[in-house]
Structures are given as structure tokens and as C-alpha cells.
Design a protein around this ligand. Structure first.
Ligand SMILES: NC(=O)c1ccc[n+]([C@@H]2O[C@H](COP(=O)([O-])OP(=O)(O)OC[C@H]3O[C@@H](n4cnc5c(N)ncnc54)[C@H](OP(=O)(O)O)[C@@H]3O)[C@@H](O)[C@H]2O)c1
Length: 222
């Protein structure tokens, strides 16, 4: 499978590239093609050092281009820059592409971390993505998995990952990719209209971490 990481030069992108490269072709995306190529080269070297060999390829490309030929696209970009990035990728997006959205619309208020859509009466990030990328099948996931844990790619992640999606086939493909991250368990919550529920867990987790000195918290549903 060819997986494109829009904004893949950042923290989540690095973790996902290193986790998925043993089995998949990874395209690291950026606004800048040369930055994308440099990151891809660095991730490939890091992966080879640990895995010995990887079956997939690791290339870099511009965000706007990779969405035209990848089967699965992950939006590894900050919420604040989401709208501009969606403008840049919407037109080139391949019909039926699976788009995984881990975007957490969060900011820091005076009392702690807050979920922005609730305060500003806006849609969830995944709902916005779904409206803007009309020919894509959006899956909301990965909001509660810290990049620190993802980038420690030699270690399992003992966590659940909550997932929302409207399309059953897209959900199945994304869930399988999530299960390939050792010990991660995808838990289906419902359609994209419920994505606000899973996006809003992250600011709560970060408040818990801050108030109780917990590092990189995640969740398990028992
Ligand atoms: N970090 C976490 O632990 C974590 C956990 C769960 C969910 N998330 C979510 O995952 C997403 C990515 O998080 P991250 O921590 O990986 O982000 P990040 O490292 O801060 O940034 C990722 C990439 O976004 C691109 N970017 C920066 N400014 C941009 C702009 N103005 N327009 C377009 N692209 C821009 C950059 O790529 P180029 O400069 O190469 O274009 C950057 O490398 C976020 O929405 C976050 O809420 C993060």
C-alpha cells in the first residue's frame, strides 16, 4: 500500500513513517519538495539501522502532488494550518482516497487545554476535512497517541485508538494499518459526525498529564 504523509516532516509523520515502512511504500510530504526528500532519506536510514531491510520504499514529495497517487493519506499537519493545506490538496486528491485525520483542534486557555470547536462553535477537524475533501473517505484516528511513543518505533504501544469513519471499507483498511503498530488496538466509535468526541479527549488527557505529572498519557477502554 502507498501511504502519503501530508506534513510528514514533523513529529507524527516521522513516527508513522518508521512504524509503517517495513511493509508499505511511504511518501513523506511537505510544502517543500527538498525538505520532504531530506526527511525521507533520514527516516529510511534510521529504519534500515533497526530493521536491517524494509520491503517498502521511502520517498519525499510535495503535499499537493502525493495526494494524487497514494492509497492512504494521513494529515500530519497542525490544526491552525489545516484550512490552507486543504486548499492546496483538495483538487489533486485521488477519487476514493482514504484520508486518516489525527488533527486535534486544541489550544491552551487560562484553565488548561481546551477543545477549540466547542469554544468557537465550529465543526470538528474531521468533519471539516470530510466536507472539504469531497472525493475522499475520511477516517478520524490517532488523536490520543503521542508522537513520542510513535517515534520510539522499536517499542509496542499499549493503548487503544478511537476511530470514527463513515465508510466501512476505509475503516477496515485504516484499522488494519493501526493494528500493524504493535499492541495498538483500534476501537470504532461511530461515524465522522461523532469525531468531536474523540478529538476532544486529547486536551483532557493533556490536562490530566499536566496536573498529575503523567508523561505521554494515552487511553485503554476496559
Ligand atoms: N504530536 C503529537 O503527539 C500528536 C498526537 C496526536 C495527534 N496529533 C495531531 O497530529 C497533527 C500533526 O502533529 P505534529 O506534532 O506532527 O505536527 P508538527 O510536527 O508541529 O508539524 C507537522 C508538519 O506540519 C507542516 N506545517 C507547519 N506549518 C505549516 C503551515 N503553515 N502550512 C502547512 N503545513 C505546515 C510542517 O511541514 P513542512 O514544513 O515540511 O511543510 C511540519 O513538519 C496535528 O494536527 C496534531 O494535533 C499530534
Amino acid at each position: 500500500m502507498r501511504i502519503g504523509l501530508v506534513g510528514g516532516t514533523g513529529r507524527m509523520g516521522e513516527g508513522l513513517a518508521l512504524r509503517w515502512c517495513p511493509k508499505h511504500d511511504i511518501v513523506v510530504g511537505s510544502r517543500d519538495a527538498s525538505k520532504a526528500a531530506a526527511a525521507a532519506k533520514e527516516y529510511r536510514e534510521e529504519a534500515l539501522q533497526h530493521y536491517g531491510r524494509i520491503d517498502g520504499s521511502m520517498e519525499g514529495d510535495e503535499n499537493g502532488r502525493l495526494v494524487g497517487y497514494c492509497d492512504v493519506v494521513v494529515l500530519c499537519i497542525p490544526y491552525e494550518n489545516m484550512e490552507g493545506t486543504l486548499d492546496g490538496i483538495a483538487q489533486g486528491m485521488r477519487d476514493g482516497s482514504i484520508v486518516i485525520c489525527p488533527i486535534v483542534p486544541m489550544s491552551k486557555g487560562k484553565d488548561g487545554f481546551i477543545y477549540v470547536p466547542m469554544h468557537e462553535h465550529r465543526d470538528s477537524a474531521a468533519m471539516t476535512v470530510s466536507r472539504r475533501l469531497k472525493n475522499a473517505r475520511v477516517v478520524a484516528a490517532l488523536h490520543t497517541i503521542s508522537d513520542v511513543k510513535l517515534r520510539r518505533f522499536t517499542e509496542p504501544i499499549e493503548s487503544d485508538v478511537l476511530v470514527c469513519a463513515d465508510d466501512k471499507d476505509a475503516l477496515a483498511v485504516a484499522s488494519e494499518l493501526l493494528r500493524e503498530i504493535r499492541n495498538l488496538r483500534p476501537i470504532y466509535i461511530g461515524p465522522i459526525s461523532l469525531a468531536y468526541q474523540i478529538e476532544s479527549i486529547t486536551p483532557m488527557l493533556l490536562n490530566a498529564a499536566r496536573q498529575n505529572s503523567i508523561k505521554n498519557p494515552s487511553i485503554r477502554i476496559a
